[in-house]
Design a protein around this ligand. Structure first.
Ligand code: FDM
Ligand code: MG
Length: 217
């Protein structure tokens, strides 16, 4: 009988701005490559697609959009790339993703707009491929400030970031037992954060036989 090849694991890294997310994702990619394991980086929003370009214009305040509409665009941006993520996983490639549906909920629900409850924000992502592991880079407001001022994009202000943090905390509680969602102390120095992330990822690095789950199973 032919040996069945395990699929790649789907690993998401989440966190506030200046949590070191993008740096850590790049370092993790290097570790996979150094071990000769196939890896692909993904990032949401993916600003390269037509939908992504609309999101990009909104984030840079070059356009205005209804909050519901932009929320649905962020979700649509994930849906348009979902099949290619599934294909990579099935080909045995680990996919490491910088932000995913959790950012989608956290940033939109943090707006506190009428009609945009946590549940409403969660709904459009139902059925997307679910991460096998999500690592939340937990940075304190003090450390974030120390790491330099806010950028010029929408949402990059202390007030919004604090509200986003609260929604992320709720998501962490709802994700439960700690086997698929881990908060990592992102106030530590860079190498220590990478080591902790790698420790969490290692059990997944060889891939898995488990079928791809769906949000929010
Ligand atoms: N963001 C990101 C959302 O509001 N919803 C989403 O679904 C996603 C994926 O977009 F402020 C926000 C989070 C951040 C902004 O993200 C751009 P990057 O990682 O800074 O490009
Ligand atoms: Mg940003």
């Amino acid at each position: 009988m032919p040996e069945r090849k395990p699929r790649g694991a789907f690993i998401v890294v989440e966190g506030l701005d200046r949590s070191g997310k993008s740096t850590q994702v790049a370092l993790l990619e290097q570790r996979f490559k150094a071990e000769g394991r196939p890896v692909r980086l993904a990032k949401f929003p993916d600003r390269a697609t037509p939908i992504g370009k609309m999101i990009d214009a909104y984030l840079r305040s070059q356009s205005e959009m209804d909050d519901h509409a932009v929320h649905l665009l962020f979700s649509a941006n994930r849906w348009e790339l979902a099949q290619s993520i599934i294909d990579s996983l099935n080909a045995g490639t680990t996919v490491i993703c910088d932000r995913y549906a959790f950012s989608g909920i956290a940033f939109s629900a943090a707006k506190n707009k009428p009609g945009m409850s946590y549940e409403w924000c969660r709904a459009p992502d139902i059925g997307l491929p679910a991460p096998d592991l999500t690592l939340f880079l937990d940075v304190s407001p003090e450390k974030a400030r120390e790491r330099g001022g806010f950028g010029a994009e929408r949402y990059e202000n202390a007030d919004m970031q604090e509200r986003v943090q609260h929604v992320f905390e709720r998501i962490g509680v709802e994700m439960g037992d700690g086997s698929r969602w881990f908060a990592v102390d992102a106030d530590q120095e860079q190498g220590a954060v990478t080591d902790e992330l790698w420790m969490r990822i290692q059990p997944h690095a060889q891939g898995t036989e488990r079928p791809i789950q769906r949000l929010w199973e």
